[in-house]
Write a protein that binds this ligand. Structure first.
Ligand SMILES: *Cc1c(COP(=O)(O)O)cnc(C)c1O
Length: 250
């Protein structure tokens, strides 16, 4: 691959981001190859929450196009300047229904569908535009009371409701989960394998050929998630560093 010429004014911080991205991409590649998978089937989403806009731009210049944010407000302050250049926005946090109207135009993906009214609002927000949102149902695989998402056994019911609601501007693309924070490897494998099995069941049961995506894996557990079939990994800390960045906010 031919890399674009480096701008001479890159700060140390920018060089670090490019370096971190290379390290993360290599780790993704290795994990995929190790699992007998095509590395191109794993999309890296750089989670840029709390990261200042200039740093997001540095990551974009280093070739990163998919970014994840967990609040609407923050994304609106960072994404617009990069949107025309080809940034793909992923909404990965809890979304209040009354914020749904801000999603089209800033985000292409919403990973956190957990109730029908939210999906209805999102679809309506896209009406009159040519926007169409790719969405994932968030599942609380481990039933952690501190995490959002539908219980595994409620997933079919929610998808049934979403399909019956005839949401013209919403595509159902797969499932998302957060692994247990302090789980040992066996527990992480088990959590991600259960999401994979659930996705397969959903795709079959509802005859959804596009229901192919598994958004799972973060800085501490992405190789395990890739081994279990992740098609999207959401990585923040390994790219941008600890969120002490907060103090450097633009
Ligand atoms: C912050 C966040 C991530 C990234 O976590 P890291 O451990 O920093 O890689 C991934 N997914 C969600 C939903 C997040 O909120």
């Amino acid at each position: 691959m031919i890399s674009p010429p480096r701008a001479p004014s890159l700060s140390i911080e920018n060089v670090d981001i490019a370096h971190n991205l290379r390290v993360v991409r290599r780790a993704i590649n290795d994990a995929a190859v190790h699992a007998g998978r095509n590395p191109l089937d794993v999309r890296l989403i750089a989670v840029s929450k709390t990261v200042p806009r200039g740093t997001v731009e540095a990551a974009f210049r280093a070739g990163q196009t998919d970014f994840g944010e967990n609040t609407v407000q923050e994304a609106l302050s960072k994404f617009p300047s990069l949107h025309d250049l080809g940034l793909t926005g992923h909404f990965i946090g809890y979304l209040q229904t009354n914020k749904a109207k801000f999603i089209p135009g800033h985000f292409s993906w919403v990973h956190s569908i957990d109730r029908l009214p939210l999906a209805q609002k999102l679809s309506r927000a896209c009406e009159g535009t040519d926007a169409r949102l790719d969405t994932l149902v968030q599942v609380n695989v481990t039933r952690d009371p501190n995490k959002r998402g539908v219980a595994p056994e409620s997933t079919f019911e929610l998808i049934e409701q979403l399909m019956a609601a005839n949401l013209t501007h919403i595509s159902l693309r797969g499932l998302m989960t957060l692994g247990p924070y302090h789980g040992d490897e066996r527990i992480l494998h088990d959590c991600f394998a259960r999401l994979r099995a659930l996705r397969e069941e959903c795709a079959q049961r509802f005859a959804l050929p596009q229901f192919t995506e598994l958004s799972m894996g973060m800085t501490d557990d992405f190789p395990i998630a890739i081994a279990e079939g992740a098609t999207m990994v959401r990585i923040g800390t390994a790219i941008f560093g600890e969120r002490a960045y907060k103090t450097l906010r633009d």
